[in-house]
Design a protein. Sequence first.
Length: 261
Amino acid sequence: MVPKQSRYDIKFYKLLFLMLITGLIWLENEGVLAKLDSTSFITPQNHFLPSSAVHPFVPPAPSQTPKYISIGDLHLHTTCSDGRNEYDILLKQAMKMRYDFIAITDHHFDDTPICRENIRKCKAETRLLCIPGMEITGRVHVLAIGITYSINEKLPLKQQVEEIHKQGGLAIAAHPFAQGRRYSEEELIQSGFDAMECGGINPQDWQTFVDLQKKAHLPCVYNSDAHNVFQMLAFNRCEGKVNSLEDLKQAIQENRCNRWE
Ligand SMILES: [Zn+2]
Ligand SMILES: [Zn+2]
């Protein structure tokens, strides 16, 4: 026979165990666990995600408290190309993340009905700032944000950037150190980019990145390159309101955007 005292002990531990499990389920539902794990989340599909390293060129904090921090992701895929999210699902997640801005950057621009419908919805979006764009998918990848027509990936890199600017868009070097799509130093410095993606850089590339930044002075942006909602884990934090493409351009140019930690 189990002594009375010990029976109470067993009940107590059972209760404690149940509370622990309930707590974990609650944390999972609230998305807290996913966030905790976010910096180590790397899959082959998502070749561009935050590293644990801290970017060395984060500008010093302004003397007065910033009025508003806008957050958003400028590299998102949908079912227009190889992403698994339909526009509406992506938007739902962006709202959950309380984003102020997003850019849709599929591998095509407006050549299929789904892509055209995305652009239409994105332009008419009232819940947040949605900027249509594309990821020009040549030897290296270029984010063309805020463009009005498709850009040919066969154009030389410098001309792609010029074309983006001609259309009033932002040109961002996407995952510049990604295997197989790596930029040369010259390409990053001399193509006229507005910014480069600075997250997810491998430790072995870190010194190259630091040296390059000293020469190129390219503002950094931090995007997820998400192909499904579970990969929407990296985003930019920009000081000040970002309500338009012009606001975004200015915030990036003034180095007011840095990574979410
Ligand atoms: Zn890419
Ligand atoms: Zn991409």
